[in-house]
Design a protein around this ligand. Structure first.
Ligand SMILES: N[C@@H](CCC(=O)N[C@@H](CS)C(=O)NCC(=O)O)C(=O)O
Length: 213
């Protein structure tokens, strides 16, 4: 198994957590997003989307972090399950993950930030305001969902980490990089602390990756 990765990519970070939770061994090949290696010919031969992560298993190339996570659950069903529980719980897990993956990440992605600056002449302050705004918009919603739970679980949607935390923890990392005040989100922070006691999450942290400076 090979993961085309970048230490600070939150989408690659999701897949690292998933692979670690499932105790699957993988080789990492760094793709430097700062030097635009995602647009190199070599990377375009892997994926026309020019993004990371890209995952290769058994000679097959897969893209899109959530699709890769679902693939891992389906291809390796006898290891840790990322999406588990009742039909309702599985839907809740996916909904939590998608709130981050669809409502925050795409509009805060590197190429969007570059476009804001280069094509729309937004300055650094405006760019950071944009970034924080879209994180806060969805974090407020998720925090209040967690707060209003009538039957709280240890993690977002279950008593063990799931695809929800696979997406949440990298997004909190990004939030801190862009100075979002996380103190507004005590429930998210409690879940983060629980994840910090799990090796699968710690080994996936950007600072622990081979290409971290
Ligand atoms: N929806 C995709 C998004 C992948 C993505 O946007 N990756 C970012 C890093 S987190 C990237 O490669 N950005 C490069 C760019 O914006 O040029 C996924 O979940 O895998």
């Amino acid at each position: 198994m090979v993961l085309y990765d970048y230490y600070r990519s939150s989408c690659a970070y999701r897949v690292r957590i998933a692979l670690n939770l499932k105790a699957l061994d993988y080789q990492q090949i760094p793709v430097n997003l700062v030097t635009a290696e995602q647009s190199s010919l070599a990377h375009q031969q892997l994926t026309t989307e020019q993004l990371v992560p890209v995952f290769r298993d058994d000679g097959i190339t897969l893209t899109q972090s959530l699709a890769i996570c679902e693939y891992l659950d389906e291809a390796y069903p006898h290891t840790y399950a990322l999406i588990t529980g009742s039909v309702y719980q599985r839907c809740a897990i996916r909904a939590f993950a998608l709130a981050i993956a669809c409502e925050i990440h795409p509009i805060n992605n590197l190429r969007v930030l570059k476009y804001l600056k280069s094509a729309l002449a937004i300055d650094e302050t405006g760019k950071n305001q944009w970034y924080q705004h879209w994180i806060n918009t969805t974090f407020v919603a998720l925090e209040s969902q967690l707060k209003q739970r009538s039957d709280p679980t240890l993690f977002c949607c279950s008593d063990q980490p799931s695809l929800a935390e696979v997406c949440l923890i990298p997004q909190i990392y990004n939030a801190r990089r862009f100075n979002v005040d996380m103190e507004h989100y005590p429930n998210l922070l409690t879940i983060e602390r629980r994840c910090q006691s799990i090796a699968a999450f710690n080994r996936a942290h950007p600072d622990q990756q081979p290409d971290a400076k």
